[in-house]
Design a protein around this ligand. Structure first.
Ligand code: GDP
Ligand code: MG
Length: 635
C-alpha cells in the first residue's frame, strides 16, 4: 500500500503521516513509497495511538453544558461546521442550544481536542490531595417498623454507656453520640428511620456505614421493615438485624428470620450473609453482642478517613437557639475540625466559635466520625448538607454567594429526574443501563404478579430492577427513594399520598398510577422500546430550490430561491437538503419578495429566504412542513 493511500485511510495528510512516521522511527521516502499490508496495519495502529495521545494532551477547559456556539469558538471552528457534525450524527441543534458533556466531547475529539471540565472556584478551593488515611469509628443508623424498639435500643446503649464510663452527668442531645468500648468506638445517629436516612442521602450525604434493622420478635417483618431494607440496599449499606423484644413470652425469632429471608436477608446461621441477633432493649440482653457485631462488621469494611486534609463534615441536626444563634450538629467525615476554622455549610458560612461534644464538654478539635455541635455559622443548614472547611473568610463568602445564585436559578427550573418519555433517548445514548422502578400495589397478591410481569421485561440494552415494592399508597418515602436512586414510581390500584404528590412535583419525580395491569406493563415496555417518545407528525407544505446564495450585512446569508411546489411561509419549520440528504433543520427566519418582507410566497414565484444556516449552498433544496406533536396518552 502506498503511503498516500494509507494517509487517506487514516484521515490525515500524507505529509503529516510522513512526519509522524519519522517520529515513530519509521522513515519513508515520500508519499509514493509503499509498505506491505502487515506494516500498514502496524503503522495504522501506531498512528491512531499517537492521535489519541495528541488529543489527550490537547486539553481545553470548558464549562458543561456548552452551547454549540461556545464550543465552536473554543474549537476555533465555524458554528455551522459543528452543526453539520451534529447533523451527521442525527442530532439537530441550533447554535444557542446546550450540548451535554458527552456530545460536546465527541465533537471536540474529531478536532483533536480533549475537553476538560473547568473546575469551579469552589471545586478549586475544596480540592485536596489524598494523604493521611487512618481508621475511623463506624457510623450506625437504626431502622425498622414503628414501635419495634429503635428509640429504646438507642436509649439503652446511651444509658449503659454512661454507667460503664462513670461519666455521670447528662448526655446532650446533639443528633449523634459515641460509645467507646475497649475494642473501639461506635457513633450512633440519633435520628433513626429510613426516611431521615434517605432524605440525608438526597442532600448528598452518605453518613451511615452500617444499618441496624430492628424487627420486633413478636410482630415480625412489617411494611416499614421492607422499606428500610430496600432503602439500605439502594444505598449499598450493610445491614445487621437486631431481633428486638426477645424478652417477650410470645417472641418468635425463627419466624422473623423466615420472613426476612423472603425479603432477601438470609441469617448467617441459616447459611446466609446477614448477621442476625436477638436483643432486648428492656433487659439489655444481647446488646453487648450487638456492639461487638458492629465493630466486627466495621473492621471488615476497613473504614478510613483522611485525617490530614481540611475537614469535611455532614449536618445531622440544626436548630436556632435564642441566645447562641444557629447550633449545628455535625459528624466529621474527613480531616480534623477545629475551633476558629472558616467553613461553608449549605447556603451558610461562618467561623467556628465553639464546639461541644455529646456530653456537653467544650472541645477544640473533632476527628473523623466524631459528632460535635458547633456555634458560629450564620444560618441553620439542613440535615445531610455538607460542611467544608475553607482557607479564609473571602473564600467562604464567595462560595456561598455563588451557591445562592445557583439556588435562585434552580428555583426557576427544578432539575428533572427520569421520565418514561425520555427513557429511550437515555438508553440509546448509553446513559441508562437499568430502569429502576418502585412498585406499589393495593394487595400482596397483585404486587407479586405485577412485580413478576415487570421482572420479565428487559431489552438487550437495559435491565429492569425493582428497587422497592410494597403494598399501599405511594408515600413520601417512596418518592425520596426514587429521588436518590433515579427511579420512577409506578402504582397499581393505589392512590398517591398528598405529601408524596407535593414532593414528587417539587423534585420532578415521575409517579404513574394505573388501574389496568396490561396498560402498566405496556407502558413500561413501550418506554423501553422508545415508543413512548412524543411523535412528531410532519405534513409537507412546500419546496423551494436555491438558485443563488448571497450575503446581506444585516441579515446574514440569504438564499435566492424559486418555489417549486406548494408555498413557503415565514416562521414555519424547514429543512435544507443537499443531494437528498438533510444538512440542516430549522425555521424560515425571514422571507422576502424583492425588497419587501412577505408572509408567504406561492408556487412559481421567486423569493429570498434566510434559515439561519451559513453552510447553505446553491442547488440545495429547502422543504417546509407543519409539525404536530402527538404525545401518547397515558393513564
Ligand atoms: P420505635 O418506634 O421503633 O422507636 O420504638 P420504641 O423504642 O418507641 O418502642 C416502642 C414500644 O416498645 C415502647 O413501649 C417500648 O417500651 C417497647 N419496647 C421496646 N423495646 C422493647 C423490648 O426489648 N422489650 C419489650 N418488652 N418492650 C420493648
Ligand atoms: Mg422512635
Amino acid at each position: 500500500m502506498r503511503i498516500h493511500e494509507l494517509a487517506k485511510k487514516l484521515g490525515i495528510d500524507s505529509k503529516e503521516l510522513i512526519e509522524k512516521l519519522k517520529g515513530l522511527n519509521f522513515p519513508v521516502k515520500n508519499h509514493m513509497s509503499s509498505v506491505d499490508a502487515e506494516t500498514a496495519e502496524v503503522i495504522k495502529h501506531e498512528v491512531e495511538e499517537l492521535k489519541k495521545k495528541e488529543v489527550e494532551e490537547n486539553v481545553i477547559e470548558v464549562d458543561f453544558p456548552i452551547t454549540v456556539k461556545d464550543l465552536a469558538v473554543k474549537l476555533n471552528m465555524k458554528p455551522s461546521f459543528v452543526l453539520g457534525d451534529l447533523i451527521r450524527e442525527g442530532k439537530f441543534f441550533t447554535i444557542n442550544k446546550n450540548l451535554d458533556e458527552k456530545t460536546a466531547r465527541g465533537i471536540a475529539y474529531k478536532y483533536k481536542v480533549n475537553l476538560k471540565k473547568k473546575l469551579t472556584k469552589e471545586e478549586e478551593v475544596l480540592r485536596h490531595q489524598p494523604g493521611d488515611l487512618k481508621g475511623r469509628p463506624p457510623i450506625v443508623t437504626f431502622m425498622g417498623h414503628i414501635d419495634h424498639g429503635k428509640t429504646s435500643l438507642l436509649d439503652y446503649i446511651r444509658k449503659s454507656k454512661i454507667a460503664d464510663k462513670e461519666m455521670g452527668g447528662i448526655t446532650q442531645h446533639i443528633g449523634a453520640y459515641q460509645v467507646g468500648k475497649d475494642k473501639g468506638s461506635i457513633t450512633f445517629l440519633d435520628t433513626p428511620g429510613h426516611e431521615t436516612f434517605t432524605a440525608m442521602r438526597a442532600r448528598g450525604a452518605n453518613a451511615t456505614d452500617i444499618v441496624i434493622l430492628v424487627v420486633a420478635a413478636d410482630e415480625g417483618s412489617k411494611p416499614q421493615t421492607v422499606e428500610a431494607i430496600d432503602h439500605a440496599k439502594a444505598a449499598g449499606v450493610p445491614i445487621i438485624v437486631a431481633i428486638n423484644k426477645i424478652d417477650k413470652p410470645n417472641a418468635n425469632p425463627d419466624m422473623v428470620k423466615q420472613q426476612l429471608s423472603k425479603d432477601g436477608l438470609v441469617s448467617e446461621d441459616w447459611g446466609g450473609k446477614t448477621p442476625c441477633l436477638g436483643v432486648s432493649a428492656k433487659t439489655g440482653q444481647g446488646v453487648v453482642e450487638l456492639l461487638d457485631l458492629i465493630l466486627l462488621q466495621a473492621e471488615m469494611m476497613e473504614l478510613r478517613a483522611d485525617y490530614g486534609r481540611p475537614a469535611q463534615a455532614v449536618v445531622v441536626e440544626a436548630r436556632l437557639s435564642k441566645g447562641r444563634g444557629p447550633q449545628v450538629s455535625v459528624l466529621v467525615k474527613e480531616g480534623k475540625l477545629e475551633t476558629s476554622n472558616w467553613c461553608v455549610c449549605g447556603l451558610y458560612w461562618g467561623r467556628i466559635k465553639a464546639m461541644h461534644d455529646d456530653r456537653g464538654n467544650l472541645v477544640r478539635q473533632a476527628l473523623p466520625s466524631y459528632p460535635v455541635e458547633i456555634l458560629g455559622l450564620n444560618g441553620v443548614a439542613f440535615p445531610g448538607e455538607n460542611l467544608f472547611v475553607v482557607p479564609d473568610e473571602k473564600s467562604a463568602r464567595e462560595i456561598v454567594k455563588r451557591r445562592q445564585e445557583e439556588e435562585e436559578k434552580k428555583k426557576v427550573s427544578p432539575s428533572a429526574h427520569l421520565k418514561l418519555e425520555d427513557l429511550y433517548k437515555k438508553i440509546k445514548e448509553g446513559d441508562l443501563k437499568q430502569l429502576k422502578i418502585i412498585l406499589k400495589a393495593d394487595v400482596g397478591g397483585t404486587l407479586e404478579a405485577v412485580g413478576d410481569a415487570l421482572g420479565k421485561i428487559s431489552t438487550q440494552e437495559v435491565g429492569l430492577v425493582l428497587t422497592h415494592k410494597g403494598v399501599g399508597a405511594v408515600n413520601h418515602s417512596d418518592v425520596l427513594l426514587a429521588e436518590v436512586s433515579d427511579a420512577i414510581v409506578v402504582g397499581f390500584k393505589v392512590s398517591i399520598d398528598p405529601q408524596a404528590r407535593v414532593l414528587a412535583k417539587q423534585k420532578g419525580i415521575e409517579v404513574r398510577v394505573y388501574q389496568i395491569v396490561y396498560e402498566l406493563i405496556d407502558d413500561v415496555k413501550a418506554a423501553l422500546e422508545g415508543l413512548l417518545a412524543p411523535e412528531v407528525k410532519r405534513t409537507f407544505l412546500g419546496r423551494a430550490k436555491i438558485k443563488t446564495v448571497f450575503k446581506l450585512s444585516k441579515m446574514g446569508i440569504i438564499a435566492g430561491c424559486v418555489v417549486e411546489k406548494g408555498k413557503i411561509s415565514r416562521g414555519i419549520s424547514c429543512r435544507a437538503l443537499r443531494e437528498n440528504k438533510v444538512v440542516f433543520e430549522g425555521k424560515i427566519q425571514s422571507l422576502k419578495r424583492f425588497k419587501d418582507d412577505a408572509r408567504e410566497v406561492l408556487e412559481g414565484f421567486e423569493c429570498g429566504i434566510s434559515i439561519g444556516y451559513e453552510g447553505i449552498k446553491e442547488g440545495d433544496v429547502i422543504e417546509v412542513f407543519s409539525e404536530e406533536i402527538i404525545t401518547r396518552r397515558l393513564k
